[in-house]
Design a protein around this ligand. Structure first.
Ligand code: PLP
Length: 410
């Protein structure tokens, strides 16, 4: 039957599958076909689909109070701010609705920091290959020309350097007097699951201290237990000035947060920033429920253990695969880099393996299973991915990577 014309803007290349129900790590389409979820809505549904405690919290709060505006005290917002700050050793929180907005908040803090230091042309150091969102400012911060193309002129005030390269930062410090902050992901998720070394993040902290720059860590994808610690920067034992969160914080309910400490926590005064919906009672109660579950079930530790199992399983079966260039991972954030474009594997995985995966930077299969999955499901992901990359399927894969244009990030 022909589909009626869609009235949705064509911002997405969608798969010909749609789900009507989910539970834990599984999803079902309208025909009742079961799929295993190894992407968690792009690192969002960390506690799985239809979590009964989250569903109950949403239902109860919806019957009590959804929204009052930030003109009034919001007890759930206070509670969530306090709990996130205590987990991250930050001091103050600002709540919004998405990762891009959380990063916008951080970028506004960087501008105010520069303004306070009377820097006329403030610059934020950002990384090649990074992803920070789709708003005009976060797009300019993002290090992927494919997502920026057509939106020029890009917002000025960003200085780009190679990722995980401390010498490049030192050089920038010498050459550019107006730097006020650094914005960096501990693991570049959209950038192909690239992991910054602990030494790099530590030295970055030292340079930020020396130059009075804010160290701003984008934890939108890596945060909330994904990498096996509450936040990705904790692997390096550094203390950022600002962190940004979204995705897993609401397990699918939209919420973002920017947390700050020290001077960065005191930069906003009333009227300097705001959000109509940000931090409403429903979103913040969901955030608190997510934390209740994660603390009780030791979810970050679980992600670390399961992540090791997933990585080892993939290394066992795929490290000698002729098209596999590298297998990287931290916690339940794993990338399998191939020597060629492999975007078509997303559709093949659905069709042939009933498995949800993503592909980033055109050549890297990214696995982001829900953190509540069990050992058997992790092993099942390994089996299905291995079948997906079996010689018959690999034959269908396109041209070698060098001939392929980089595609926009998700
Ligand atoms: N920052 C990072 C590291 C991300 O991975 C993403 C989204 O993938 C964003 C920011 C943007 O988040 P959102 O899509 O919620 O605006």
């Amino acid at each position: 039957m022909p589909h009626p014309p869609s009235h949705l803007m064509q911002a997405y290349a969608r798969q010909p599958v749609s789900f009507v129900r989910g539970r834990g790590a599984y999803l079902w389409d309208a025909q009742g076909v079961e799929y295993l979820d190894a992407m968690a809505g792009v690192a969002v549904t960390n506690l799985g689909h239809a979590h009964p405690e989250i569903a109950a919290a949403i239902a109860e709060q919806a019957g009590l109070l959804l929204h009052t505006s930030n003109m009034f005290g919001i007890a759930w917002q206070e509670r969530l701010g306090e709990r996130l700050c205590s987990l991250s050793s930050m001091q103050r929180a600002f709540f919004c609705n998405s990762g891009a907005e959380a990063n916008e908040t951080a970028l506004k803090l960087a501008r105010l920091h520069g303004n306070r230091k009377q820097v006329a042309q403030p610059q934020v150091l950002v990384m090649e290959n990074s992803f920070h969102g789709r708003t005009i400012a976060t797009l300019a911060a993002t290090g992927n020309p494919a997502v920026q193309r057509g939106f020029e002129p890009l917002l000025p005030g960003f200085l780009r350097v190679p990722y995980d390269d401390i010498e490049a930062i030192r050089q920038a410090a010498e050459d550019t007097p107006g730097i006020v902050a650094v914005l960096v992901e501990p693991v570049q998720g959209e950038g192909g699951v690239r992991i910054a070394s602990a030494d790099y993040l530590r030295e970055l902290r030292t340079l930020c201290d020396q130059h009075d720059w804010l160290l701003m860590i984008d934890e939108v994808q890596t945060g909330m237990g994904r990498t096996g610690t509450w936040f990705g920067y904790q692997h390096a034992g550094v203390m950022p000035d600002v962190i940004t969160l979204a995705k897993g914080l609401g397990n699918g309910f939209p919420i973002g947060a920017c947390l700050a400490r020290g001077q960065a926590a005191e930069l906003f005064s009333p009227g300097r920033h705001g959000s109509t919906f940000g931090g409403n009672p429903l979103a913040c109660r969901v955030g608190c429920t997510v934390l209740d579950i994660m603390e009780r079930d030791c979810t970050p530790q679980r992600a670390a253990t399961l992540g090791r199992r997933l990585l080892a399983g993939l290394q066992d079966t795929l490290s000698n695969h002729p098209n596999v260039v590298a297998i990287r991972g931290l916690g339940l954030m794993v990338g399998i880099e191939l020597d060629r474009s492999c975007k078509e594997l997303v559709g093949l995985a659905l069709e042939e393996q009933r498995l949800l995966i993503t592909v980033t930077r055109d050549t890297t299969i990214r696995l982001l299973p829900p953190l509540i999955c069990d050992e058997a499901q992790v092993d099942d992901i390994v089996t299905r991915v291995t079948h997906l990359l079996s010689p018959t399927t690999a034959d269908c894969m396109a041209t070698p990577a060098a001939a392929v244009q980089t595609e926009p990030a998700a």
